[in-house]
Every structure is written in structure tokens, then in C-alpha cells.
Design a protein around this ligand. Sequence first.
Ligand code: ZN
Length: 454
Amino acid sequence: MFIFSQRARLEDTWAEKVRVKISGDRIEEIKIGVKPENSDIRVDTLLPALANLHSHSFQRAMAGMTEYRVAGRENFWTWRELMYRFLDFLTPEDIFSIAAQTFMEMQKSGYASVGEFHYIHHQKGGNPYDNPAELSERIIEAASLTGIGLTHLPVLYKYAGTNNQTLQGGQLRFGNSIDDICKIVSMSQKAIDLLPSDARVGVAPHSLRATSPSDIKELLNCYPNTQVHMHIAEQIKEIEEVTDALGARPVEWLLDHFAVDKNWCLIHATHMNLAETIRLAKTNAVVGLCPITESNLGDGIFEGPAFLKANGRFGIGSDSCINISLTEELRTLEYSQRLRDQQRNIMIQGDGSVGEALYLSAASNGAQALDRAAGSITNGNLADLIGIDTYQSSLFALSDKQLIDGLVFAAKDTVITDVWSAGRHQVQKGVHVAEKTIKASYVDTMLTLKERLG
Ligand code: ZN
């Protein structure tokens, strides 16, 4: 397959009249300043696609259901109660059809891949399914239907809070012993063999609230060289509870007790002191920022300038999937910093285009977090690519150097015309190749769920 684009953002530079040869899932050859051939797929401008490094796809179905105020019940923890009640109604078929819709929306907004942080494992009340990996397999099936590049992350969730509190209510669907979660991880690895070879399975101790130090050690001993994703330091209350239980702040404690390295992805890391920020940056782990969800849940604002100054790596994720928008995710990240500091152009080291810096950093670091050889248009990389239409009003007057700034700050996701996930051309001229089937199944699911919710 050949793609011809009028211009493309290659690894280090912009180039015009670019012809990219894709063989299988990889970029095999890039030619610059050439003419298109008749059979080429044409796009206006070609960019590396981003990885969405953190998603709980089922939460997409409750978007808009928790935005009302009841006095005294309006914080993260009351949102979580509602989420637990909601998930009691979900069947394996629902989880499949919601995941397929959510993954398709991600691709249409420009993500080529997703890290699915998957923590519903059991039936309502906590009984395992006959197949313990039933729900993981539904996620893998949804990835297969949509063609998104999946890094599946079965989550170890053992406790309701620090000091090993017992799981209750909706949380019973999450709970596993170490042996049980290892079984699910291993079964997921088998199931993922049915997907193209860019798919991965990693592990995910949920947080320092929901697992114990010995649990994390045991889990990592079972899977020593894999991606490790974990929520950390999202809420002030969590910092206080972890400090009480473990004697140190969450990030500080983790760095003291585990060899955190480039295989790790720490989700949120919102509340760190300066020492934690600098230490975490030096590990080369990726921090998974989810600015739309963090805004929606009132988590707080990530300390961007100090982290970047220490050469920290960040990617982005859609987390609760309340609103799946690549451009809004990046924009919200930068705008939250501006509102806090009352300054402009913050998320960049030194001088340069902030939108471009945000985009390209999130592309390469997101790929690292999901263990994908992607994140830039380079020979040998996976063909995770997007095409955008720069003739739209928000972009047409911009120079190459301004173009990604325009995309991030001024455009809508609708400028994205084409998306390839590891060479699979899943979004073509703005439409997903399985869009009708996926949408129809999602509508059925949501109408049934609406009835069940009453
Ligand atoms: Zn999350």
C-alpha cells in the first residue's frame, strides 16, 4: 500500500509531496518530492497518530449521567459510587459493544492505539464467569472488530482502600487473587494471539489503594519484562490515605520500593511535590495524563513546567472517555497550566511551537507506554498514521510550522480524514470501515441499558 500526501511531518522535519510505502504493519520506505501514482491512497497532510494510553471503555456509556449536583454529594468519590452502580447492569455483550463503539470513536478522533486498563472481570456479586477471562476476551474482540492497536491491561484490584479494606458492592466484579489475575493475564495473552502482532498484554496493579506492596511484587515477578500501568496520586485524599498507610507519599513510596523504568506508565501523577516530580522524570517512565477526565472529576492540575524541566515524559489518555477528543485532550492539558500560572505557552522545553511539541511528545511517549514501535513517521516503525484536511477554515492559512498548533488549539477532530493502525486503514474519508455495524450494536445496547437503569 502506498500513501501520497501533499506534506508530512517526518521524524525531524516537514516534507512536501511525500510517498510512504507500507508493507504489512510497517513503514517500509519514505520518498520525498515525488509524484503520486494512480493507485496511491491520497491524503492532504500526514502525521504520526497518537496512542491513547489510558482508557476504561465501559465508562463511555455513562457519559452525561453524572453531571448533576446534589448538595454534599459532588466529588470524585460520589462519582465513583455512581460508576459502581452503573456497572452492575453490564453484561459481556454490553462490554463488547460499548468497547467497540469507544474504540471506533478513538480512531475517528485520531488515535491509532489504546491501553485498555481493564478491571471488570466477574459477574455481578463477584462470581467468576465459566471462562475467567470472558470480559478480557470481549475487549480483545472489540479491538479485532475496530482494528485499533490494543495493549490490553488486565487490572489487579484487591482492596476497597488502603490497609486491605474488603471489596464491596460494585467492586466485587473487580476482585482477584494473584493466582486468578495471573490466569486472566495468561489467557489474555493467548486470546491476543488472534489479533495482528502489534497487540500486547501488560499488567496493571490498580493503585496503591487497591493493592498491597506484596501483591505488586508478586504480580511483577510473574511478568518481569512487560508494560506496567498503575493509577497514582490522582486525589489529595488518596495522598493522605497512602501516606498514613505506607509512611510516604504515593510516588515517593513507589520510587523507593520498585525499579520504575521505561516499561512503567503512571496514570495521573497529579499531586507530586517537587522532589517526586524530578525523581519520576529521571526514571524515563511515562506519566499518563488524562486532562479531560481530570477536569471532569476535579482531580487537580499536573505540575507540567517542573516535570518538563527535568526531561519528564508524558502521554495522554481518555480515561473515563466522557469526551473522546484528541485535540481537546491536548488543548485542555495546556490550558489548565495557563489558567493556573496566568501565563501562555507552557508545555514546552525552550522555544518553539507548543501545539507541535505537545503533539509529538504525546505521540512518541504514548507509543513507549503501549510498547509500540511508533510515534513518528520513520522507516521500520509501525504505520500508526493520520491524514488531516488542512483546507478547513481553522487550518488553511497556516504554515507547516504552525499547522499542528492550529490542529491542537483551533481545529475540531473532524479535520481528521484517515487513520491507520499498524497499517490497517480503519478510518477512510472520515468514516470507520465497520461504523454501521458498530453503531447499530451500540444503540441496541444503550436502549436496553436505559431500560435496565429505569
Ligand atoms: Zn483510570
